[in-house]
Design a protein around this ligand. Structure first.
Ligand code: HPA
Length: 290
């Protein structure tokens, strides 16, 4: 170590504090195991390597091992998670409320399902989706959320089933560098969702969407290019969900309801939201268990 290097951090337990009164090294202390970051083969609740210690929860999800189902629906809004769980699931129980990001587990037609809020935007979704996949073993993850319509033939209340999700940047951009990776949905889930939408006679569009990293966009030219290339709608989460699912070999899909329209300026009246969002949840559940 040369003279300019900072002194190394020391990790001391609380009981060790005070035992080094003259030490001037910067000191961080912890009485808890540090949360692990990065992939771990063992799920929490199972035996760990030395780096990964036994915990009762993950960093951002308070559910215990086994509380989360293999099938997870992910609305952005935690209160929509509550509404969907109360409306569609039997025996729904609250399994997470860390930071108010509500999650519920119950059954739908006898199948276990978790409905867990993701928060808004890809960085937030990435935290929850990573923990659901790598720590709780979630296998099928379906985003249910709203989007802004981008084409004139796409109307308010219509359902969009997202085949691909384009981005300008996402939490995964750093690993792809100069590559333009194309995040895409799981084909089996997509096909089952289209069939469910047809059965429900919901007005549905299937195609590409745009996962933006801003709601208040300062670059109208980006939206223009998306419209020009046939992109159906804009939201803020699906591309990272699809990328993480590919990385961890899970199934992912986004089923969206058009809540506002970028070209017409129309917006879904709040009293219409439940019925419109209901179709989307039903399509997602039918697809997950087809
Ligand atoms: N932009 C981004 N995300 C959205 C929109 C929008 O217009 N509407 C619903 N989600």
């Amino acid at each position: 170590m040369n003279g300019n290097s900072p002194a190394p951090f020391l990790f001391l337990r609380e009981s060790e504090l005070g035992s080094r009164p003259n030490c001037r090294a910067p000191v961080r202390f912890t009485s808890r195991p540090l949360p692990h970051r990065g992939p771990c083969e063992a799920r929490f609740g199972e035996a760990k390597c030395g780096k990964h210690q036994e915990r009762e929860m993950t960093v951002h999800i308070g559910a215990k091992p086994g509380d989360i189902a293999e099938t997870v629906l992910m609305p952005g809004d935690p209160y929509r998670a509550k509404w969907a769980a109360e409306t569609f699931l039997e025996g729904a129980e609250l399994v997470n409320e860390v930071r108010g990001m509500l999650g519920f587990t119950g059954t739908w037609r006898g199948n276990r399902v978790t409905i867990q809020g993701s928060g808004m935007g890809m960085p937030s979704l990435s935290i929850y989706a990573n923990e659901l996949m790598t720590e709780y073993g979630a296998q099928t993850l379906i985003r249910i959320g709203s989007c802004g319509g981008m084409q004139s033939h796409v109307g308010i209340r219509d359902v969009i089933i997202a085949m691909t999700a384009s981005t300008i940047t996402s939490p995964s951009s750093g690993i792809f560098r100069e590559l333009n990776y194309a995040p895409c949905a799981d084909w089996g889930l997509l096909r089952a969702a289209v069939q469910a939408a047809e059965k429900l006679e919901a007005k549905t569009h299937v195609g590409g969407i745009y996962s933006s990293d801003v709601f208040y966009a300062e670059r109208p030219d980006l939206d223009e290019q998306m419209v020009r290339h046939g992109i159906l709608g804009v939201e803020m989460e699906a591309a990272e969900l699809y990328t993480l699912a590919a990385r961890h070999k899970r199934r992912a899909l986004a089923v969206l309801t058009v809540s506002d329209h970028l070209q017409t300026g129309e917006a879904l009246p709040s009293e219409d939201r439940e019925k419109s969002f209901g179709d989307m949840v039903e399509i997602a559940l039918e697809a997950a268990f087809a």
